[in-house]
Design a protein around this ligand. Structure first.
Ligand code: HEC
Length: 148
């Protein structure tokens, strides 16, 4: 009898703590996605420096582009429903999820294009993909990221 009671109260306590965690605490997911965006932005900045018109470090550009393609492919699962609080994501991320997700996917695609361009040492294709990527940051941030 005593055993049963303590077992029941233990499981209730466990359930309560689980639901409290899922209801409000997405801070680790928010941190993770923000640092993913930060690394991606940092890698892109480095790639632009490495592309210098004459003696570009193609190998390194390719490595960074592939890293960024991987970051972009991992980002969609880092936006659990209800995790807007404490982040810069607008509610539109979830209310217009398909549009948001396809923005992440197409930026990932631009990094694939950059990796291929680096492989072919094609500066023109590389710069054009970088330009497309830069445009995507602005348009997505306007729609989906809070300004503060
Ligand atoms: C499909 C949408 C989308 C695209 C494309 C996108 N971002 Fe973002 N970005 C976001 C959202 C949403 C956040 C806010 C994340 C959060 O705090 O929940 C964010 C956050 C960031 C952050 C984290 C720090 C901050 O100021 O919020 C950086 C840095 C960043 N983005 C840079 C970029 C760069 C550079 C590009 C383009 C190369 C880019 N992003 C493309 C949606 C996007």
């Amino acid at each position: 009898m005593i055993k049963t009671t303590s077992f029941v109260s233990l499981s209730v306590a466990a359930l309560l703590s689980v639901s409290a965690a899922t209801a409000s605490d997405f801070s680790s997911q928010v941190d993770a996605r923000q640092s993913s965006f930060l690394s991606m932005a940092d890698n892109l900045r480095q790639m632009k420096k490495l592309e210098d018109g004459s003696d570009s470090d193609w190998e390194q550009i390719k490595t960074l582009a592939l890293e960024n393609a991987k970051i972009m492919s991992e980002l969609p699962v880092m936006f659990p429903e209800g995790s807007a609080q404490g982040s810069k994501s607008k509610d539109a991320v979830w209310s217009k999820w398909d549009k948001f997700e396809s923005g992440l996917v197409s930026l990932g695609g631009e990094f694939d294009v950059m990796a291929l361009a680096a492989d072919e040492q094609n500066a023109k294709a590389l710069k054009s993909a970088m330009k497309t990527a830069d445009r995507s940051c602005k348009s997505c941030h306007r729609a989906f990221r809070a300004k503060w």
